[in-house]
Design a protein around this ligand. Structure first.
Ligand code: GLA
Length: 403
């Protein structure tokens, strides 16, 4: 082959490789550049959803200071619709729960400067037995867009043989894109088919596990219901590489303020989810929350870890019995770190600036993100951590003033 022909073949090959390596329709909706923040009805209310609840929750999101802290999406989960589609194949909101339909609720939520989310399933039915979107993707997506929906959680019930997971979830991605409305696309296939491998080009976030329950630890094997906070946490340790701005691992919605979780457990859950770049979707009753729960959900120093523009997910540095150390590199060169006491009884837990990946410095500023106080350290980061709790810090090389 002449050098010229060789060059031409190389160029043609490179072009083909480029085309082959580019997914035909990668998700490019420009949304969720940081993990989405909001609320969802399921964890606290299950099927008891209504326009009244959603609107009162939007009010509470504003009044509690959550909106000011960054929460935006008010998301309706399962059971908002009737068991039968309408005469034209359309989804029909349950008139007993949503007497003015979904558009009126979206208008109300938008009037508060917030956004509305809705729920459907990638199978023949939703998990509570309502009509699913399989085979109706285009029509349903158009309906959501016409109502002013801004976020879709897309579940995995009512599965049938025939289509692969990727095909079912991709069909709705394309249907949403075709509406022209910016709609965050949240995949909920429970980590069944390793979505961290294929979902980054399909959705903005993808569930990695079975459903969360408000318990510290359930001892269930991986991916069986129900999963406690530590069960889910342990399944995230290997997934840090998969997320990036616009595409997030979703270890499920928050249980902060639900069940019998203690304040320390709530703080630990919130801290860990922030370090994992998880979507911060509150799952409690925002209309009636304690001051302790409200102040956990609105801790801006912890939220800033989750919302760091660099979007690098935290990872486990070390585990020693019941003591875990987790770290997350921040885009300003600091590192967020969590010392987690998984067990019963207090523990002294320590790590070092070097172990969490900080560059060498004569001293470090160590900021306690729950006590909102800083101290200087030569490099040791340590705390006495009570049972089922965390200490969470952000560490900068040298002197750093936290404004
Ligand atoms: C599944 C999902 C939950 C919730 C319910 C609704 O279990 O994983 O988050 O949406 O369905 O039926």
């Amino acid at each position: 082959m002449t050098p010229c022909r060789t060059l031409r073949s190389i160029a043609a090959f490179a072009l083909l490789a480029l085309l082959a390596g580019t997914p035909a329709h990668a998700l490019d909706n420009g949304l969720a550049r940081t993990p989405p923040m909001g609320w969802n009805s399921w964890n606290a209310f299950h099927c008891n959803v209504s326009a009244k609840l959603v609107e009162a929750t939007a009010d509470a999101m504003v009044a509690s200071g959550m909106k000011a802290a960054g929460y935006t999406y008010v998301n309706i989960d399962d059971c908002w619709l009737l068991k039968q589609r309408g005469p034209h194949g359309e989804l029909v909101p349950d008139p007993a729960k949503f007497p003015q339909g979904i558009k009126a609720v979206a208008d109300y939520v938008h009037s508060k400067g917030l956004k509305l989310g809705i729920y459907e399933s990638a199978g023949a039915t939703t998990c509570a037995g309502y009509p699913g979107s399989l085979g109706h993707e285009k029509q349903d997506a158009r309906q959501f867009a016409s109502w002013g929906v801004d976020y879709l959680k897309y579940d995995n019930c009512g599965d049938r043989d025939g289509e692969t997971y990727e095909q079912r979830y991709t069909a709705m991605r394309d249907a949403l894109l075709a509406t022209g409305r910016p709609i965050v696309y949240s995949l909920c296939e429970w980590g069944r088919k390793s979505p961290w491998r294929w979902a980054p080009s399909v959705g903005n976030l993808w569930r990695t596990t079975q459903d969360i329950t408000p318990r510290w630890h359930t001892d269930q094997p991986d991916n069986q219901y129900p999963q406690g906070i530590l069960d889910i946490l342990d399944q995230q340790a290997a997934l840090s590489h998969a997320s990036h701005p616009g595409a997030w691992n979703d270890p499920d919605m928050l249980e902060v303020g639900n069940g019998y979780l203690s304040d320390n457990e709530n703080r630990a859950h919130f801290s860990l989810w922030a370090l994992l770049n998880a979507p911060l979707i509150a799952g409690n009753d925002l209309r009636h929350m304690s001051d302790a729960v409200r102040s956990i959900l609105t801790n801006r120093e912890v939220i800033a870890v989750d919302q760091d523009w660099g979007g690098r997910q935290g990872y486990r540095v070390h585990r020693n019995g019941n003591a875990d150390v987790w770290a997350k590199p921040m885009s300003d060169g600091s590192v967020a770190v969590i010392l987690l006491n998984r067990g019963r009884g207090p523990l002294h837990i320590a790590t070092t600036a070097a172990a969490i990946g900080l560059k060498h410095a004569a001293s470090y500023t160590v900021r306690n993100l729950w006590q909102h106080r800083s101290h200087m350290s030569r490099g040791v980061i340590a705390a006495d951590v009570p049972t089922h709790a965390v200490a969470m810090f952000r560490v900068w090389p040298g002197k750093h003033t936290v404004l």
